[in-house]
Write a protein that binds this ligand. Structure first.
Ligand SMILES: [Mn+2]
Length: 345
C-alpha cells in the first residue's frame, strides 16, 4: 500500500481509471461518507467523462436526508463487480462493507482508500493506494484537499456536501480542531450553506418516540447513590431512546426496561465521566451478567449497553440495579469517596 498526498492521489486515480470507478462507503453510511463520496464523484466526472457509481449497504437517517437533497442514487450491489477501480471512502476494512463485501471484485482491480479512521490491520492487503489522516475530523476534509489539488473549485453544492461531512463527524464542532475550522472556513468561501447543513443533519424524532420518552421520564425512579443520580424506568418500547433521554435530563446512569411480547429488553447509558471516575463498564459489569441471569444475552460498550432475556421488566430492572450497585460499591470500597444514599423521587 502506497500512501499518497492529495495531489498524488488525484493523478494516480486519473491514471488508473479507464472508463468507470466505484466509490464504496461503510454500512449505515453517515453524512461524512455520503458527502465525501458525492463530492469526489463530482470531481472525477468533471475531469473526465467516466461512469462513477456509489455503493453502500445502507444509509443512516441523516445520510438519507443528504442523499435525497442532492439526488444521489446508490448503485445496485451486483454492479460493484463490473468496476476495475474501487475507491473505499470513510471506510478501511471489508467487514464494514456489510452485505456489499461479496461483490468486491478480486482480480485486475486497483483499490484506493480515502479515510480518517484508525487504520485497520488488514488495510495494506486490501488497498494499493491510500490518502490517510487519522488526526483529521472527517473524510470530507481529505476530499476538500483533493479538490484543492485539482484545477477546479468546488461548487456551492459540493461545498455544502463536504460541510455536511465535516459538521457531522466533528459532532457539530464539539471535537473540532483548529484545522477543522480552517477547512470549514474554506468551504464557506466556496459557498457552503451552513443553515442547509444544519437542516439536513437534524433528524427530528417520530411523535411515538417522543411520547415514549416523556412517559419513561414520568415513570422514572431516581436514586442518589455513591454520589451519582441513577434513573430507572420501565416503558413499552424505545428503551434505548428513553435511556439516552434520561441522560439528557441529567441522570449520570440510566436504565430503561421494555417488554416485547414475552421478552424483556434492557437498555442502559451513562456519562463517560462515570466510566472514568467509577471504573464502570455497563457492558461487562451490568448487561453481560444480566443477560445470563435472565436466560438471554447482553453486551455493548462501557457507556451504552443492553440485554435481552426472559423476565418481567420489574425483575430485570431490579437485577440490573443490583449488578450496578455491586460494581459501584466494589469501586467505592477500594477508593475513598463518600456515598450519599436514598431515592429522591
Ligand atoms: Mn467519517
Amino acid at each position: 500500500m502506497k500512501q499518497l498526498s492529495p495531489s498524488q492521489l488525484l493523478t494516480t486515480l486519473t491514471d488508473h481509471i479507464k472508463d468507470s470507478a466505484a466509490i464504496v462507503m461503510h454500512q449505515s453510511a453517515d453524512p461524512d461518507a455520503v458527502g465525501s463520496a458525492a463530492a469526489l464523484a463530482n470531481l472525477l466526472t468533471l475531469r473526465s467523462k467516466i461512469n462513477v457509481q456509489i455503493f453502500a449497504e445502507s444509509l443512516n437517517r441523516s445520510a438519507k436526508n443528504v442523499a435525497n437533497a442532492f439526488n444521489l442514487p446508490l448503485a445496485t450491489p451486483q454492479n460493484l463487480a463490473l468496476h476495475s477501480t474501487i475507491i473505499l471512502i470513510d471506510l478501511n476494512n471489508v467487514e464494514q462493507m456489510g452485505t456489499l463485501a461479496p461483490y468486491l471484485p478480486k482480480k485486475d482491480v486497483t483499490t484506493f482508500c480515502i479515510d480518517h479512521h484508525v487504520p485497520h490491520k488488514d488495510l495494506p492487503k486490501l488497498v494499493d493506494f491510500s490518502l490517510y489522516d487519522d488526526e483529521i475530523c472527517s473524510t470530507a476534509e481529505l476530499v476538500l484537499q483533493i479538490w484543492e489539488a485539482s484545477d477546479h473549485s468546488p461548487s456551492p453544492d459540493v461545498a455544502t456536501l463536504l460541510a455536511c461531512g465535516l459538521v457531522y463527524d466533528s459532532r457539530h464542532f464539539h471535537i473540532a480542531t483548529n484545522k477543522t475550522f480552517e477547512h470549514f472556513l474554506s468551504l464557506l468561501h466556496y459557498g457552503a450553506d451552513f443553515k442547509r447543513v444544519l437542516n439536513l443533519l437534524s433528524t427530528p424524532l417520530d411523535k411515538s418516540e417522543r411520547v415514549a420518552r416523556l412517559k419513561a421520564a414520568k415513570r422514572t425512579v431516581v436514586y442518589d447513590e455513591f454520589g451519582l443520580l441513577i434513573a430507572a424506568t420501565t416503558i413499552r418500547s424505545y428503551e434505548a431512546s428513553a435511556s439516552r433521554a434520561l441522560i439528557g435530563l441529567g441522570a449520570d446512569i440510566a436504565i430503561a426496561c421494555a417488554m416485547k411480547k414475552d421478552e424483556v429488553r434492557v437498555s442502559s447509558r451513562c456519562n463517560s465521566a462515570v466510566n472514568r471516575d467509577y471504573g464502570l463498564d455497563l457492558a461487562k459489569d451490568v448487561m453481560e451478567p444480566l443477560g445470563e441471569l435472565i436466560g438471554g444475552a447482553g453486551g455493548g460498550h462501557p457507556s451504552a449497553a443492553g440485554a435481552n432475556g426472559k423476565a418481567s421488566s420489574d425483575h430485570a430492572l431490579g437485577l440490573a440495579l443490583q449488578l450496578l450497585r455491586k460494581t459501584l460499591k466494589d469501586h467505592h470500597d477500594t477508593s475513598h469517596t463518600t456515598p450519599n444514599s436514598g431515592a429522591v423521587g
